[in-house]
Design a protein around this ligand. Structure first.
Ligand code: SIN
Ligand code: CO
Length: 389
């Protein structure tokens, strides 16, 4: 399993305490055994697939910092200049399972925070310009060399360029710079201005950690509140009294509105936490697993699993678990929840953590009807699949 080598004197705990969400960290030879699992041609091939999100940035295109959106055609690649362009492909971890293995090196961080692995190929001098992201990102140099310049000072007053749709800073004064070689890594917290320029052709893998925008969190919570409120329930005022001025909204009414809103907003803690587990494991709409052609009954599913030998997490699936209620564990996958007794802890952890589940390990658990039931549901939803399906 790929292991992250922190610089001397830094471990996962001190990284989280001193750098995570706070300060950049350059990690030379952080992944010395890392071999880039994808080359430029395969990346270009992915960028031609309709379900794959990809972009190209050309510094000297038909406009300054030209942005082109995929999917691309083969011809789009033959007409490119020798330098100053970058191809960026999102969610490569979901399209190529061998790329997802790179995430093993980062499992000291919660899975639910992982957004994707983006891979970029840049021709010599290729870059996407100086900018900042609202993501924590581990920039892994996979092939070739890239010069990274950063500025940690607040960028609030600095306008964006107005001649490109890319969010590029109009001024950038680097504080620090390094040339990264294969296996080197640069961690950047959100909001740090950075500019990475290819020195010769190069490939960079960005492991992106996304935290929900507070507005997004609130919007999703608001939707949950709406869903749990019956559509035919209305504000009621049975204690209405005769009014001296009919235009007045009386103190009695204002109190009743306060009480109604407080009641609508009040949600018990377990319900709130379950909602968050579902929210945190939701998949991107264009990357949702499809159910299998044929749903199986639990006993048939167990037999199929015995003969196939193993079950794989669909590469699009997102999973987590949490202890929310006493003596229970809740497994979350792709925005759904499954409740199991605390005694099934080993089962819940394995299903939430492992990308591959072997019958040999699962057999004992599948003797328990509720574990069998949950695993069958996950299979029938398409969240777990048999190999080569
Ligand atoms: C790149 O991989 O070319 C750009 C990554 C970034 O700057 O966030
Ligand atoms: Co960036």
């Amino acid at each position: 399993m790929l292991k992250l080598q922190f610089p001397e004197g830094v471990q996962a705990a001190s990284f989280l305490r001193l750098f995570w969400q706070r300060r950049p960290l350059l990690m030379r030879r952080a992944l010395p055994d890392f071999r880039c699992p994808i080359g430029p041609d395969e990346l270009a091939g992915l960028a031609c697939e309709p379900e794959v999100e990809s972009r190209m940035v050309l510094e000297h295109g038909t406009q300054p910092w030209e942005l082109r959106h995929g999917p691309f055609a083969e011809d789009d690649f033959t007409a490119l200049p020798d330098s100053h362009w970058t191809l960026l492909v999102q969610d490569v971890d979901k399209h190529l399972p061998e790329v997802a293995r790179l995430l093993d090196a980062f499992r000291f961080l919660p899975d639910w925070r992982v957004d994707d692995i983006m891979i970029s190929y840049a021709a010599d001098q290729g870059s996407v310009g100086p900018h900042l992201d609202q993501y924590d990102v581990f920039l892994i140099q996979a092939q070739g060399r890239r010069r990274w310049q950063i500025d940690t000072r607040p960028q609030d007053g600095i306008p964006l360029r107005d001649d490109t749709e890319l969010k590029i800073l109009s001024r950038f004064e680097p504080e620090q710079e390094w040339v990264l070689e294969p296996g080197d890594l640069l961690y950047l917290p959100p909001g740090v201005a950075h500019w990475g320029m290819a020195e010769g052709p190069c490939v960079t893998c960005s492991v992106g950690y996304r935290a929900p925008a507070l507005r997004e969190l609130l919007g999703a919570w608001g939707e949950h509140l709406l869903e749990r409120t019956p559509g035919d329930a209305h504000f009621r005022d049975p204690s209405a009294a005769p009014q001296t001025f009919s235009a007045e909204i009386t103190a009695t009414t204002l109190d009743a509105v306060d009480a109604t809103l407080a009641q609508l907003l009040h949600v018990e803690i377990p319900e709130r936490r379950r909602w968050f587990g579902r929210f945190a494991t939701e998949v991107k709409p264009h990357l949702a697993p499809e159910p299998p052609d044929q749903a199986l009954a639990p006993t048939d599913f167990r037999e199929a699993l015995r003969s196939r030998g193993s079950l794989h997490r669909h590469p699009y699936s997102r999973a987590a678990f949490a202890a929310i209620e006493p003596d229970r564990l809740t497994l979350f996958m792709n925005g759904r929840e499954f409740d199991l007794p605390e005694l099934s802890r080993g089962f819940v952890k394995a299903v939430a953590h492992e990308r591959e589940l072997h019958f040999g390990y699962l057999a004992e658990w599948l003797e328990q009807p509720d574990c069998l039931q949950v695993l069958t549901q996950l299979y029938n939803a398409g969240f777990l699949v048999f190999p080569n399906e």
